[in-house]
Design a protein. Structure first.
Length: 268
């Protein structure tokens, strides 16, 4: 893989590997990011619990995320661990690995357009994108959202920004998450309906990133569903808290009251 410039992983690294053989004392695996170099997953490093059947944890052909314990480049051998990898680490590593592979495929498409190869394209513009955005895939995401201007900021030549942006917009979908809950607000003033309407408008108009959305639906006065669509959960939670706080504060100024419950807490 062109994105992996080191010959060997370092101790403590997480690696994606394919199980090639299962034995009574462990499993052998090839390191997908390091030219399929071999590694051993000893039975003692498979699980914190007693392992009765190794095949319950690893089977030939299975993709696994493992932690590097020892590296012997002279003998061409790597010791690996499965039990030291958390569920979160596994998900994050697999996601990044898939993104890296996709980014490499997209860069190869751009290289073919200019009649060059992947390695040359990586040296020409791939390194610049990686250094500016953090990862090559992040650069393609930026091109999807911000167009050619985003890549131009990384000092990518004009002819490349046009092609890369076209490829990005056709092949990269920016993931979104949704968080929601029930907002209950009311006002006892004669113009209480207007006070509630104004509170909801203020909630919906909270300052937010261009790619975020705030939707509010009437369930049946005084209950309203507020739903946030954002790039990640952290941003979604922030917007949800800010929007509901503004709505409640607004209606309370009109002698009203309000409360908010997350979706999972509605029936409690």
């Amino acid at each position: 893989m062109v994105l992996k410039r080191a010959d060997w992983p370092e101790v403590g690294d997480l690696v994606v590997a394919t199980v090639t053989q299962v034995t009574s004392y462990g499993a052998y695996a090839s390191l997908n990011e390091y030219e399929e170099k071999p590694g051993l997953l000893h039975i003692s490093e498979i699980s914190a619990r007693w392992v009765r059947n190794i095949r319950e944890y690893a089977q030939e052909g299975q993709k696994v995320v493992l932690k590097v314990l020892r590296v012997d480049s002279e003998k061409g051998h790597v010791d690996l661990s499965l039990r030291r990898v958390t569920g979160r680490e596994r998900k994050e590593k697999l996601l990044k690995w898939k993104q890296d592979k996709k980014a490499e495929t997209l860069l190869k498409m751009a290289a073919e357009h200019f009649g060059t190869d992947l390695d040359e394209a990586y040296k020409t513009i791939g390194l610049k994108i990686e250094e500016f955005f953090g990862t090559l895939y992040a650069g393609f995401e930026a091109a999807t959202e911000g167009g050619e201007k985003a890549l131009a900021e990384a000092e990518i030549p004009k002819e490349w920004t046009t092609v890369l942006t076209e490829i990005a917009k056709a092949n990269v979908k920016i993931p979104k998450v949704k968080v929601s809950g029930i907002l209950k607000i009311s006002s006892f003033k004669p113009n209480g309906v207007n006070a509630v309407r104004e509170a909801l408008i203020r909630a919906k108009n909270v300052k937010k990133p261009d790619d975020a959305k705030i939707n509010i639906y009437t369930i049946g006065a005084p209950r309203y569903k507020i739903e946030i669509e954002a790039r990640d959960y952290k941003e979604g939670e922030r917007l949800l808290k800010e929007a509901t706080s503004i709505a409640i504060a607004s209606v309370e100024k009109e002698d009203g009251s309000g409360e908010f419950k997350r979706k999972n807490d509605v029936n409690k």
